[in-house]
Design a protein around this ligand. Structure first.
Ligand code: GDP
Length: 246
């Protein structure tokens, strides 16, 4: 079974093309009334967006809208993500090089004001296609969540009988064999006394056994707005130094 398979976490073995195709189908298929964009359009977008050094490794940031992904991207790279008047995918994936590594900002998925269902589906298709086509180049995937609202949102989705998108995405990325870390952002919005409890619950929801602090390589509690992102920097440094030893 694909969903809820906690044992799939930390699987780093490569998966067959057939298995990946079926994961892709499940992932995309979970969005009802999906309008699947023609692959050719997505390919053109990639060619326009990714003309640079394709041999360099990438650190990819992904998360739903408003979790603080752009703020984190700025903290990590010193580069502002280009933001148009209206969120769309034409400017994505946005890339910038820091040292030997490209940082890639994926479009924020979610239910943004004025975003049509078709645009949302396009975004999801782009995300899946990106991870499938560039898995070899991706050194680390950083899934950013708003730790302060994650549990409420997950409860709401589950209350409607749906698998919360962020949980589904986490499983999709891990099952692809990617190295994924959870950046639990906006920790400053959680009372100190509740920090451990909240992180334990998030951990559990994602199929990892609490306590959260036994997963120092998978969970990084941060506050991007306050520049408190040390746990994530530590994880990134480790991955980069393994790949690009001096
Ligand atoms: P994105 O849509 O995921 O790119 O989110 P943004 O980076 O644009 O941030 C969305 C909102 O969250 C903005 O108002 C940010 O100032 C705020 N924000 C980002 N990081 C943090 C954080 O660590 N703590 C708090 N309290 N707010 C944050």
């Amino acid at each position: 079974m694909y969903f809820g398979a906690s044992s799939s976490l930390n699987t780093c073995s490569s998966v067959s093309a057939v298995a990946l195709r079926s994961k892709r189908a499940i992932f995309l298929g979970s969005f009802s009334d999906s309008i699947i964009t023609a692959p050719i359009q997505i390919d053109i977008l990639f060619k326009l967006a990714l003309p640079l050094d394709t041999m360099s490794k990438e650190i990819v940031l992904i998360g739903r809208s408003n979790v603080g992904k752009s703020t984190l991207f700025w903290e990590l790279t010193g580069t502002k993500v280009r933001i148009g008047k209206r969120p769309g995918i034409t400017q994505y994936p946005f890339k910038t090089k820091v040292g030997n590594v490209f940082y890639v900002d994926m479009p924020g998925y979610g239910f943004m004001f004025k975003t049509t269902k078709a645009e949302q589906e396009k975004t999801k298709d782009l995300i899946v296609h990106y991870f499938e086509s560039r898995a070899e180049e991706i050194l680390l995937t950083v899934q950013v969540i708003d730790a302060a609202s994650f549990l409420d949102i997950a409860d709401r989705w589950e209350g409607r009988g749906e698998v919360p998108f962020e949980i589904e995405l986490w499983e999709f990325l891990n099952d692809m064999g990617l190295d994924v870390v959870l950046a639990a952002n906006k920790m400053d919005r959680i009372a100190k006394v509740d920090l451990d409890g909240a992180l334990d619950l998030i951990c559990e929801r994602l199929g990892m056994l609490p306590p959260w602090n036994q997963w120092p390589d998978k969970i990084a509690p941060i506050s991007a707005k306050r520049g408190q992102i040390e746990p994530l920097r530590t994880i990134i440094s480790k991955r980069v130094s393994v790949n690009h030893p001096d």
